[in-house]
Design a protein around this ligand. Structure first.
Ligand SMILES: *Cc1c(COP(=O)(O)O)cnc(C)c1O
Length: 496
């Protein structure tokens, strides 16, 4: 008999449900989904990753369904999660320079992997080196997740400016190390520009000081790890655990692993380092607790979905998908170079392309608006430090085909021409002057409402169809003020 079959009692009991029928509820969900961006087809070039392979979604859904109800909180009660997690971690370690000593943890995503890497380093520094005021040394291009980690776990951020090529210099990172440094981070690649930091130099400097070094390969690890297995493609720069001095590495499966969302792996040089991030508690009247992640009750669905997709596509499959994406990125960057008014920022090492305007009449945010009208979502990235305003394109396998890229380039050229005609949005200088005088910490709700209205945000948080004018205002405001205003916008959306 099926161990998971409902008991006779449950089956025989009268159904106490009082809500609408299942069909009605599912129809309501489908109607809601129609308001979202598409998650397939490759035209949504942020947030979603589509392998473009038939049957993969069905496999992932069935895999998740098979383990529905399982609670990864207690691995002794549900040993399936141990087997699956070991298999997934082993695959990641084999791909990314692991040794038999390499240990790992399956997490809910890149942010959780980065948070745990920082927490582990903080505890390691405290326990092994007596560091009580820990610092984290970050390239200024590092993912926001590390700032979140520093904020949550009480580390001081030491931010090191990247060079004109958007890669940080190893010597600058080395110079930022102090006896209080708990962790140094390098990106492989960075999200914003898709370039790989000089991992070897940074890791060597960290090792020389006895400091831990984390490689954030969240977005690029699975892609670059497989791409370098292709013989007809130039090898990406070394970035993984095989680089001396690298002590941990994060790689998201729900990005270029094309698995269901909620799937990332955090690798450590060994289990002794990994244990510093674990939480164990036996001093309460309940069950003894050992948590390797931030979660308590933990769904097994993302793990089972990831395991099934990784096994199904396999190393050879990922190699081929990575090759196709690599060729598509080359075609895309070459093509953008030929579009009058656009320029690729830096020289991307992976499948992320940041595109700025190289004509003052072409505003990249207007290009993004125009592309959205044409059915493509490109992600606006406001200007920061040496990086001008740009749009970010995440190239996934679903769009990695010469005809699709040619179509994208055609639309981009047309959107750019239209953006030039429209010109950049203007920001009222009086508004900026007013904003500069505001103290974000002392901003009252009424003042925040006024500022948002001036930026074009509706009282209910509604955003206009054209986002360029709103982004132009937000980009021109001081970051602390923007960080005060953005939650106001979101809070209006979640006002029930
Ligand atoms: C996506 C990403 C993260 C965070 O991952 P989430 O899965 O979105 O939480 C961290 N670092 C880099 C470089 C990323 O691209």
């Amino acid at each position: 008999m099926d161990r998971d079959a409902p008991t006779t009692l449950a089956r025989g009991a009268a159904d106490p449900s009082t809500g609408p029928g299942a069909d009605d509820l599912l129809a309501a969900l489908a109607a809601l989904r129609a308001t979202d961006l598409p998650v397939h087809g490759g035209r949504t070039m942020a947030y979603v990753y589509d392998a473009g392979l038939g049957g993969l979604d069905e496999l992932a859904a069935r895999a998740q369904e098979t383990v529905a109800g399982v609670n990864g909180l207690d691995m002794t009660a549900f040993p399936s999660v141990v087997t699956l997690e070991n298999a997934v971690v082993a695959r990641a370690a084999a791909l990314l320079g692991g040794t038999p000593r390499t240990a790992g943890t399956f997490t809910s995503g890149g942010t959780e992997s980065c948070l745990l890497a920082v927490l582990t380093a903080r505890e390691h520094a405290r326990r092994t080196r007596g560091v009580t005021a820990p610092e984290i040394v970050l390239p200024d291009t590092a993912h926001a997740a590390f700032h979140k980690a520093a904020h949550l776990f009480g580390l001081r951020v030491v931010s090191v400016p990247a060079g004109a090529d958007f890669r940080v210099r190893a010597a600058d990172m080395a110079a930022a190390l102090t006896p209080d440094t708990a962790l140094v981070v390098a990106s492989a690649p960075s999200y914003a520009h898709g370039v790989v930091d000089p991992v070897a130099g940074i890791a060597a400097a960290a090792a020389a000081r006895g400091v831990l070094c984390h490689v954030d390969a969240c977005i690029g690890g699975w892609y670059l790890g497989h791409l370098r297995l292709a013989e007809d493609v130039p090898a990406p720069p070394p970035f993984d655990l095989s680089v001396p001095g690298v002590t941990s590495l994060s790689v998201d499966l729900h990005k270029y692993g094309y698995t269901p969302k909620g799937a990332s792996v955090l690798l450590f040089r060994d289990a002794e380092l990994r244990r510093h991030g674990w939480f164990a508690h036996a001093s309460w009247p309940g069950y003894p607790v050992v948590n390797a992640t931030l979660q308590g009750t933990k769904p097994a669905g993302p793990l089972a979905g990831a395991w099934a997709v990784l096994e199904r596509i396999g190393t050879g499959g990922y190699l081929e998908l990575s090759r196709r994406v690599h060729l598509a990125v080359r075609q895309l960057t070459d093509g953008i170079g030929r579009i009058d008014g656009l320029a690729v920022l830096g020289e991307p090492d992976a499948a992320l392309v940041a595109v700025a305007g190289d004509d003052p009449r072409v505003d990249p945010f207007v290009v993004a608006d125009e592309m959205r009208l044409r059915g493509w979502y490109l992600q606006p990235q406001p200007a920061h430090a040496g990086s001008p305003a740009n749009v970010h394109l995440t190239v996934t396998a679903a769009v990695a085909d010469p005809a699709r890229i040619a179509e994208l380039l055609e639309e981009l050229a047309a959107a750019t021409d239209r953006a030039r005609e429209l010109g950049p949005p203007t920001v009222d200088p009086g508004l900026l002057e007013l904003a500069a005088a505001l103290d974000p910490d002392a901003l009252t709700p009424d003042e925040a409402a006024l500022a948002l209205q001036a930026a074009g945000v509706g009282p209910d948080g509604a955003l206009p169809a054209r986002m360029a004018p709103v982004l132009a205002v937000l980009q021109a405001l001081p970051a602390p003020l923007t960080e005060r205003l953005l939650p106001e916008v979101v809070s209006r959306l979640y006002s029930r």
